[in-house]
Design a binder for this molecule. Sequence first.
Ligand code: NAD
Length: 490
Amino acid sequence: MKIYQALVGGQWKVSSSERFLPSYNPYNQEEWAQIPLLTNEEISEAVECAHRSFKEWKNMSGLDRATLLHRLSDLIEEHADYLAEIESTDNGKVIRETKNQILFTARNYRYFAGYADKLLGEAIPLDNRELLDYTIMEPIGVVALITAWNSPLPLLANKLAPALATGNTVVIKPSEHASISTLEFARLIEKAGFPAGVVNVVTGDGKAGDALIRHPLVGKVSFTGGTQTAQVISRAVSEKLIPITLELGGKSPNIIFEDADIDEAVIGAVAGIFGASGQTCIAGSRLLVQRSILEIVKQALVEKTNKIKLGNPLDSETEMGPVANINQFNKIIGMIEEAKNQGAILLCGGKSSENSNLKGFYIEPTIFYTENPKVNIACEEVFGPVLTILPFDSVEEAIHLANDSVYGLAAGIWTRDIKKAHRLAQQIEAGTVWINTYRTSQVGTPFGGIKQSGFGRERSWHTLYEYTHMKNIMVNLSDNKRDPFSMQTK
Ligand code: NAD
């Protein structure tokens, strides 16, 4: 059993309350580690440390910040196997995914390292030629970074890399269900040589997160998690009127047209929903299929799905691991039962795994078919390995079904008709639209949602604006006297 400590102002500490939260390995349901349950005072101390470190960090040259971020990327790459193993042990994701994600994480820090010394302002030519005007990008201050359990390190990199590159200091609060990889990662922050207090990691449950976001010295919140938590956080943060980035859930449509390459589309559908056991915000959990190819697609999908190899997440051959925790397991099983009761037709899966060697939170990859887009399984986020297939007849109907959701995170389109694909991409309400691919990520592309999937963007250079204020500086070069009683607009 490993006992972990939180990182506050460069010091590793357990809570003065001596209280801990257990971390379970979802593969065997065994408690394998403990994280400290910090008190509100200790969370406050972390924010104050970040606040004290802000001046030094923001005034450091961009080149020095970049050097530290590159060093961090090197260390992540060096420790990729270890971090991937920790992640797979803590949240049950298969090692072939976590290894890949850790390298993607390193790439993300490297990408933003490249911007740390290129935070450009602009000189703005004005009507009045005797005014010199320019802008500068300034860091916000202390930023609270709150993450979910499904991909702790990549989700954190989406926030931490731009926050540090732009000169902010941070307090991180990972999910109570999967904090360990973030605490191990914090060791690398230390090893890379970041000044104490620039990066702090506090641990605990939602109450710890609540204490963090409400702290008066926190100047921005960046949150990844569920829509309901986001509503609570938004209400709390609105009192302080500080900026917030929200990366939330989805019920993303993956649309297969009759003119698609069906083999590729079926693989894309499997990648969209059964990758990471469906525990991904961008899961293509609504598969919209044109009626003329419905039976072929159903058959091909069921065949592929029945061959998915469930097993130990640490085994490189395993394709699907357990779901991450008991709450998640119970929620998914409950939604499967509800779907059956509401008349959705079960095509495969539908229960916990019957393989007696698997003692963890395993759920069979499951596919439902329904013609009723209003059944819960067709509109609510499951966050598990459950796909719902819905038929459509025309392009217009596909667009209507795709957009008939409170969410707007991602969408997929499978067709060989390039004009149709681009026309549709423009009409679909989502932050990301994939054409003839799904669940493909690159650090240079903006990621985020609309509607109840949140707002603000992560990854890509646009994110620099999420972590900075733009300041305008105007200089009078004229020797003329002005009229003090009229605003100078010329
Ligand atoms: P969650 O909302 O339960 O918890 C997320 C984090 O918020 C945790 O660290 C939790 O401790 C903290 N928290 C809970 N209550 C809080 C409060 N009142 N104040 C401050 N912090 C609080 O979400 P989860 O179950 O960890 O994650 C699953 C959800 O995350 C899904 O809906 C999924 O779609 C979403 N998600 C979105 C993205 C994205 O980038 N859009 C990525 C991954 C996951």
